[in-house]
Write a new protein. Structure first.
Length: 396
């Protein structure tokens, strides 16, 4: 059976060049602990330093500002906990948005039980935060703003540079979850005006189990979660995962190498898919911003159909898609992102996300469109929501 992968926002395959780099530190003599002073340790330490340099160069940072972690989730947790507790004498107010990844939302909610006040900003129908709402939410107790660069479920790109300028003016620590955006659109810490920034390797053809937290020099932040050794310049205890970090560094290098060229290619595929779906199928709406969205990101709501039914039907035809975030797709609850954008429960349940990658082609898009037509017709014919609506069921 033909297999097509349209779920790159959930994870990406490891790039062959990344795997090759990692293999050098999974076999042979390159197994040392970078904290050891002998030959084997020095080899590992050199590899760690080289990976840190690659990451710093890619985002416009210095090497001393890069901390390697186990995931984007850990990076988000470290950023928020560290900023919140370090700044607690100045205030206890945190601002974030209603459409953040659960790694952020669940973290700030947990902090509420420890005496912090949290403002959850609303978003518009495109999933976009209004800079005026950010400004209005700031008080003299505000110590942290955390807003994602691009949304994982609908692809909307947030006004991060504008928020960054506002945070700098008010001397508020600003954290950005850039897990979905890096490798697809430019990510430069100075251009965005951030103090803290999170990445995850498996979102841009690197390995799973490795992430990065950028901490701008001079930012009031201290690690508050892991205690142990002096690794990562005493900012994250635990022996570094050298094979994964080496792979992360190589994936970062590859991601920025041809970002403009690949972005243009993906936009062409993305826009064709959007146009064809909206032209071919009634009662379908594009979710997320029509223009300010990630180059590879397509997301819809299909009225009168369950997203899980579409996902399973497509999987039977060899096409992998998502019905929302990979971290919540096992839940029966509708997407918190779509609900925050104003979609009712019954419509939010009909979400479908298709995220393109480096190996996808025009032929893949055409195959999806051909396969999707009978699936939509069949599912709507079976749908009680369709029968009870005023809509007309498309003819077979």
């Amino acid at each position: 059976m033909r297999r097509i992968y349209f779920d790159h926002s959930a994870t990406t395959p490891v790039h062959p060049l990344v795997a090759r780099e990692m293999d050098h530190f999974l076999t042979g003599d390159n197994f040392g602990n970078p904290s050891s002073m002998h030959y084997f340790g020095r080899i590992a330490l050199n590899a760690l330093d080289e990976a840190r340099e690659k990451v710093a160069r890619a985002i416009g940072a210095s090497t001393g500002e890069i901390i390697f972690t186990s995931s984007g989730t850990e990076s988000d947790n470290m950023a928020i906990h560290g900023a919140a507790y370090t700044n607690r004498r100045r205030g206890n107010h945190i601002i974030t948005s209603a459409v953040e990844h659960h790694a952020v939302l669940h973290t700030v909610r947990a902090l509420e039980s420890h005496g912090f006040d949290v403002t959850i900003l609303p978003v518009d129908r495109y999933g976009m935060v209004d800079i005026n709402d950010v400004e209005a939410a700031i008080t003299d107790k505000t110590i942290l703003i955390s807003v994602m660069h691009a949304n994982n479920e609908v692809g909307t790109i947030m006004p991060i540079a504008e928020i960054g300028r506002l945070a700098q003016e008010r001397r508020i620590t600003f954290h950005v979850d850039a897990v979905q955006s890096f490798g697809k659109i430019p990510v430069n810490v100075d251009d965005l005006g951030v103090n803290l920034l999170s990445l995850a390797g498996h979102k841009f053809y690197g390995p799973k189990g490795v992430g990065m937290l950028y901490v701008r020099k001079g930012t009031p932040w201290k690690q508050t979660m892991l205690y142990g050794g002096a690794q990562e310049h005493m900012r994250r205890a635990g022996t570094e995962n050298i094979p994964a970090i080496v792979g992360f560094g190589k994936a970062v290098e590859l991601a920025v190498e041809k970002i403009d060229e690949e972005s243009k290619r993906l936009i062409t595929l993305r826009d064709r898919m959007i146009k064809e779906v909206l032209d071919r199928f009634p009662h379908v709406e594009l979710t997320g911003h029509p223009n300010l969205r990630l180059p590879n990101h397509v997301s819809f709501v299909f009225r009168y159909i369950e997203g899980e039914s579409m996902l399973l039907s497509l999987d039977m035809r060899g096409i992998a898609v998502s019905s929302g975030s990979a971290c919540t797709s096992g839940s029966l609850e509708p997407s918190h992102v779509l609900l925050s954008m104003g979609y009712p429960h019954e419509v939010a349940h009909g979400s479908l996300r298709l995220t393109l990658g480096k190996d996808n082609t025009e032929e893949d898009v055409e195959y999806f469109l051909d396969v999707m037509e009978p699936i939509v017709t069949r599912l709507r014919a079976m749908s009680p929501l369709m029968r009870n609506s005023d809509a007309n069921i498309p003819a077979e």
